[in-house]
Ligand binder design. Structure first.
Ligand SMILES: Nc1ncnc2c1ncn2[C@@H]1O[C@H](COP(=O)(O)OP(=O)(O)OP(=O)(O)O)[C@@H](O)[C@H]1O
Ligand SMILES: [Mg+2]
Length: 227
């Protein structure tokens, strides 16, 4: 049986959640800035160096000068690769080596093994999904799945994720559990708010529907082209 939380424990949980959210926002911002600003700058420097090398060759500059520049270009390439690695490292680790559909399938398999709850996934992501959109969708999926595991007493949590021809990403997570008590659904719970916030920030929508005894459905849609 789950004991009700004291007011202090609820506050602690709310603060922990908010801190995690802030950390995540900060990670996303740093990742984006690293990738866009520093990545862009290094690319420009590289282009300048490549053009200079070409010109020096035309001017029959001694080989060792050109070699030095070539070596510098090699170092810049390493720098560009490093920026990419660091920037992607700040994204959810599941998304590092997999596309969104693959990351969701992998996470569902992992959680199913831990919880013993069936977690079928149908993934049909045919359009390319921007990193920011994929991160938001993956985080919403994680929260919906965690909620269903923690609160729903469900025996099955199904997920569908896909892209539509009309340029939207659609994520649907449903469980066959007890449903969200109305009081909770209308309240200001941080996990549920966090999901809505992510959708809103990217111009998408989040709909949570639930009926006592008839499970919960979380439907997220995000535009593929960020306006
Ligand atoms: N799938 C679900 N089935 C049943 N109840 C749910 C489900 N999802 C959410 N709830 C109810 O809604 C409440 C609010 O969810 P929310 O994610 O905002 O907070 P939490 O999971 O309790 O805590 P946190 O996410 O901050 O760790 C939960 O405490 C739970 O009572
Ligand atoms: Mg939650």
């Amino acid at each position: 049986m789950k004991l009700p939380l004291t007011a202090d424990q609820e506050l602690d949980a709310a603060l922990a959640e908010r801190l995690e959210q802030m950390r995540e926002e900060e990670r996303t911002r740093i990742a984006r800035e690293l990738h866009d600003e520093l990545g862009q700058l290094l690319t420009c420097i590289k282009l300048d160096f490549v053009a200079t090398t070409r010109r020096l060759r035309e001017l029959k500059t001694p080989g060792d000068v050109v070699d030095r520049l070539q070596s510098a270009i090699g170092q810049i390439d390493l720098g560009i690769a490093m920026v990419r690695r660091i920037a992607t490292g700040l994204r959810p680790p599941g998304l590092d080596h997999r596309d969104l559909g693959g990351a969701i399938e992998y996470e569902a398999r992992r959680m199913a093994a831990i919880s013993g709850i069936a977690m079928p996934v149908a993934a049909r992501v045919t359009e390319s999904v921007a990193a920011e959109t994929a991160t938001a969708a993956f985080r919403v999926f994680e929260e919906a799945l965690t909620n269903a595991v923690r609160h729903a007493h469900a025996s099955c949590i199904s997920t569908t994720v896909g892209t539509t021809r009309r340029g939207r990403l659609v994520l649907y997570v449903s469980d066959n559990g007890v449903g969200i008590p109305g009081r909770r659904l209308n309240g200001r719970s941080l996990g549920l708010i966090g999901m809505s916030e992510r959708a809103r920030k990217l111009g998408g929508t989040l709909r949570i529907t639930s009926r006592t005894g008839h499970g919960t459905r979380v439907l997220l849609t995000l535009p593929l082209e960020n306006a």
